[in-house]
Design a protein around this ligand. Structure first.
Ligand code: SF4
Length: 447
């Protein structure tokens, strides 16, 4: 049976038939007849890696990584240049405007613009660490070619800066990474989201210097899916199936299903040879570290209830395991926006990379509270004049004229975990300029 048809059967038990559903309802097993979720049965292709497959069930990905981390060509702690690289990052990424806000209880008024900054926002510990280790790698290997398997983080400003430092992304051709460009003597950085185990295997065979900046919160999820694999549980991974982190997590899982979200576009992928009849007897939940916590919990509860119905409450521990692997930084930023949207605000500015998962959820929270919210990745999305080009929570790109209301305004501001303060400052300066121009014009008319 085609993978797509499998998928429709897998998710039919969550499903209310919708225009997005393309499966065969007649093939749904009784376990899956109670349906609640919206499903899109798309191609069903597994997240792919461009390297040789290690999907065979007897490959122990965790043991392989464990050995790799002990090899002489591997580094995940930096090279002793921490202080100077942090100083450099401070010069490049910090902001006086954010400093003023922090010194004034996260609220300050410039002209007729009051800015209210979320209590938790911007660079997280894992991102700062990853960027700093990448800077260290450049310092340690000044003449060697340095590659990176994906963008270090989801922020165009930081990625551009690394490109200026001649840290090159592995080229992609026909959707596949060209690891052939990497030669002995080169250095390869694994980004904060980690890398698929197949890629690590390829690099290990090439005997290159690996600099691993994977956030420990991400590798914690790998340990969880490994545990599920060893217990013969199918991993239901709440994540975005094309996101680098989820691709990496899936590579450490045994049998898996990737679920994007509970309400809308619920995209997914499954492991090779997935069979819903035998692979949904024992299931475990795991999630991409940057998902919306409430949604992960809802998915977990739904799956748990279904397994209870099928196997009995008394047997649930033999059929279901769940871990919340949303990281603290993601959680704190979400909590801060939930708090901020309850204040008197004219609008929200959400600053972060357009491919940043954690930023998308900050935008989602603001939108769901009915506040005009503008998600932009840099100040270049503002202008000319009072115009903005921004993104909505589901990815629609929108252009809007006169987005800043006339007169005094209060703006809520937050930024994703991979956004430097300097990027937020540049955005706010554009806002101040527009409002200053408005005042000048009003004075000119009155004169
Ligand atoms: S958002 Fe969380 S998982 Fe991602 S880098 Fe930051 S701390 Fe790590």
């Amino acid at each position: 049976m085609a993978v797509a048809a499998h998928l429709c059967r897998v998710f039919a038990f969550f499903e209310i038939p919708s225009p997005e559903y393309h499966g065969r309802w007649s093939s749904v097993s009784p376990l899956f007849r109670k349906s609640r979720l919206s499903v899109r049965c798309s191609s069903g292709e597994s997240p792919s890696s461009s390297t040789s497959s290690t999907a065979e069930s007897d490959f122990d990905a965790k043991a392989f990584r464990h050995n790799l981390t002990r090899s002489k060509n591997y580094n995940r702690r930096g090279f002793g240049h921490k202080e100077e690289t942090l100083q450099l990052m401070n010069r490049e990424y910090t902001s006086d405007i954010i400093k003023t806000l922090k010194e004034n209880g996260n609220e300050y008024t410039w002209g007729n613009v009051t800015v209210k900054l979320a209590e938790a926002y911007g660079f997280c510990w894992g991102v700062e660490r990853a960027v700093q280790i990448a800077y260290e790698a450049r310092k340690q290997f000044p003449t060697e070619r340095i590659w990176i398997t994906n963008d270090i983080i989801h922020n165009p400003t930081v990625n551009k800066r690394l490109a200026e430092m001649e840290v090159q992304n592995i080229p992609i051709k026909d959707g596949k990474k060209q690891f052939g460009v990497v030669e002995q003597g080169d250095v390869v950085i694994l980004p904060a989201f980690g890398a698929a185990v197949e890629e690590m295997l390829t690099l290990s065979e090439k005997n290159v210097q690996i600099v691993d900046t994977t956030c420990p919160w991400v590798s914690k999820v790998w340990n969880i899916v490994d545990k599920q694999k060893k217990g013969e549980y199918t991993s239901i991974i709440h994540g975005k199936y094309a996101h680098e982190e989820t691709i990496a997590t899936a590579s450490f899982a045994g049998t898996y299903v990737i679920v994007k979200d509970i309400k809308e576009k619920f995209k997914h992928a499954v492991s090779k040879g997935f069979d819903p009849d035998k692979d949904l007897v024992k299931v475990g939940i795991a999630n991409q570290t940057t998902m919306l916590k409430g949604e992960t919990e809802e998915i977990g509860k739904l799956v748990e209830r279904t397994m209870m119905r099928k196997y009995g409450i008394e047997n649930i521990n033999n059929h279901f395991m769940s871990f919340n692997t949303i990281c603290d930084a993601t959680q704190e930023r979400q909590d801060a926006v939930y708090k901020l949207v309850n204040e008197e605000l004219d609008l929200m500015l959400v600053v972060g990379g357009w491919n940043s998962s954690n930023t998308s959820h900050l935008q989602e929270i603001a939108e769901d509270h009915g506040i005009p919210s503008y998600w932009i990745d840099s100040d270049e999305r503002i202008g000319p004049g009072n115009r903005i080009f921004y993104k909505l929570k589901h990815g629609e790109l929108v252009e809007k004229e006169n987005w800043l209301p006339e007169g005094p305004i209060a703006i809520g501001v937050t930024s994703g975990a991979s956004t430097p303060d300097k990027v937020v400052e540049d955005v706010l300066i554009k806002v101040f300029d527009i409002k200053r121009e408005e005042l000048l014009q009003r004075e000119a008319v009155a004169a």
